[in-house]
Design a protein. Sequence first.
Length: 185
Amino acid sequence: MTPKEYMEILHTAEKLKDTTRHCTTSKRRTESVAEHSWRLALMAILLRGEFPEADINKLTAMCIIHDLGECFTGDIPTFSKTDKDRETEDRLLNKWVGSLPADISSYFKALYREMEEQKTIEAKLFKALDKLEALIQHNESPLDTWSENERELNLTYGTDTVAFSEWLTELRKVILDETLDKLGK
């Protein structure tokens, strides 16, 4: 990879700093996709001792690249995203990844394929953490910034994706307890 190619990748990825998500921070500022990916990567690193069988470097890479497609489409909340939206994002991301230097392109394609197949511990951890991070962020944001459907979503979202792990199931319960406290239930 040449320095110019390196810079082109970084310039594209920079768009995630300005791509906003549907939720806010604890101080009411709209969160960016880059911020979500950063904390997701931190969550992965912090699990090193809990999942010693997992390749935390691979998991962290998944967390960092997982939303790069949103450089091209913006963020569409999970409860609003259609199959057509997913197809458009996948097509644009695949086109961009295919244009990258061969070694990076192959590496990214392999990570995306692994995340999609959901067969490895790293892919399962990634998917669970991605959902849990969104729940944690909602719990940290002021309740009046939540849409009505997010109240229900925070009670149920991610339960299925953590079921493979007793530790993550317990984490999901802690997040649910925080949600219930926030909702006054």
